[in-house]
Write a protein that binds this ligand. Structure first.
Ligand code: ATP
Ligand code: MG
Ligand code: FE
Length: 335
């Protein structure tokens, strides 16, 4: 079965053709990152316009690269939320038009479910499993008792992990988004500033990153006032050490308490090498029977292939939508 998938929730226009939920025939990603960089973040109106300009050529290219004709497709999958409403609407309109014109079923997909299913391109999912979702807008622990079933057991109470990376990066004078660069700097530096590990001992699965961000900013400002020179790589290493320790600690505890078979770490921040190393090592020590899966690096960020994969769980449950399908900017996993 072949699914055409469309993703446009933020600043990537992407169209993919996915076979049976685990094979990528094509995955075209048009990133707008350069257009948003000078604003230090994604500008919603600029994002929508880029999506309008890019979507048709991405669609054509995805079919050509996959060497697939429209007649061979079984369904059209599209991100219905969460994301920027104007951006989502472009992908939705394209998906609806394509589905209607070709008589194909339309499958609405939650973007965060998509991030989790990116792991299916590495290994088949085995339930029950735990997923740590770490991205630009979300940080949550999701328990999946079965395919297509999601229970959020904990989430950030303020900033998302990726958001914290990007805000701290701005203070360091780095380009947006700065997660990757901070990750690279962190490997050179040392955790000498030892920032707080928020809620690490608390007996729940929620996170908080705004206190860490404030400590970081205060440390930098204090130094500036005193004319003290701080090491940027040590700042990066100290920040990353705090984020990683909290994420690993809470995730391992969740895997212990829920007796899962697999742990999937997904979303843009799952590309982080410090997180990958620490999570793999700690899980190996504490829960060697739980298989830890990270999507391939280029599938951690936003892409349509992951949406196509997640759609297969919806197809088996016959969760299709009609032409009234609307964007849901704050769509919540499992609701
Ligand atoms: P959401 O998925 O919550 O709607 P989003 O789609 O904007 O948000 P993603 O594209 O999944 O987020 O991830 C982007 C985020 O990942 C950015 O904040 C970016 O800084 C961060 N990121 C990317 N690579 C790394 C890395 N190596 N280390 C840390 N953060 C990273
Ligand atoms: Mg993006
Ligand atoms: Fe995302």
């Amino acid at each position: 079965r072949l699914v055409l998938a469309i993703e446009s929730s933020c600043d990537e226009t992407s169209v993919a053709v996915v076979e049976d939920g685990n094979k990528i025939l094509s995955n075209i990603v048009a990133s707008q990152v350069l257009s948003h960089q000078r604003f230090g973040g994604v500008v919603p109106e600029v994002a929508s316009r880029h999506h309008v300009e890019q979507i048709i050529s991405c669609l054509d290219e995805a079919l050509v690269e996959a060497k697939v004709t429209v007649e061979e497709l079984s369904a059209v999958a599209v991100t219905e939320g969460p994301g920027l409403v104007g951006a989502l609407l472009i992908g939705l309109s394209a998906a609806k038009a394509f589905a209607f014109a070709n008589g194909l079923p339309l499958i609405p997909v939650n973007h965060m479910a998509g991030h989790i299913y990116a792991a299916r391109f590495v290994e088949e999912m085995q339930f029950p499993l735990m997923a740590l979702l770490v991205s630009g807008g979300h940080t949550e622990l999701v328990y999946m008792p079965a395919d297509g079933e999601f229970e959020i057991i904990g989430e950030t109470r303020d900033d998302a992990a990726g958001e914290a990376y990007d805000k701290v990066g701005r203070v360091l004078g780095l380009k947006y988004p700065s997660g990757k660069e901070i990750d690279e700097m962190a490997h050179i530096g040392q955790d000498v500033y030892h920032f707080p590990r928020a809620m690490i001992k608390e007996d729940h699965y929620d996170f908080s990153f705004s206190g860490l961000k404030s400590s970081f900013i205060n440390r930098v400002h204090n130094a500036e006032q005193k004319g003290e020179e701080l090491s940027k790589v040590d700042l990066a290493a100290s920040f990353q050490a705090s984020v990683v320790e909290v994420l690993v600690n809470k995730t391992v505890r969740a895997c212990q308490n829920f007796e899962v078979k697999q742990l999937i770490v997904a979303g843009g921040v799952a590309a982080n090498q410090g997180l990958r190393n620490a999570m793999t090592e700690t899980m190996q020590q504490q829960l060697p029977d739980v298989k830890v899966i990270f999507p391939p690096l280029k599938l951690c960020g936003d892409n349509a292939a992951m949406i196509g994969s997640a759609a297969f769980a919806a197809i088996s449950k016959e969760q299709t939508a009609d032409m009234y399908l609307n964007a849901t900017p704050s769509l919540i996993l499992g609701e």
